[in-house]
Design a protein around this ligand. Sequence first.
Ligand code: ZN
Length: 103
Amino acid sequence: MAQDFFIRESGKLTYGEILERLRAVSEENGFADARHAGIFRQIVAQGLTSMSDKQWSVFRQEMVPLTVERCSIASCTNPTWPGLEHCPTHQSRFGESGIKRHR
Ligand SMILES: [Zn+2]
């Protein structure tokens, strides 16, 4: 199932990696959901422990899965950084700069 991919792959990241990737989402395209943008601003200003139980649940269920994307090669099962079109294997093959033009 498609959703499982994002949950499984993002589950392998540390909180440091998750925050670094959320920062990339924030800087490149912004968050599509204003709640996510608000929670991220709060984390940056006050840290993870400042979140309420409700915010934690939004963070874990909705924001953490945003930290991985699928490689755009259909047969590939590797995750990519948010905003990158190809996984490291395919990125080097295509020699691209790596930044996806978004939606
Ligand atoms: Zn790939």
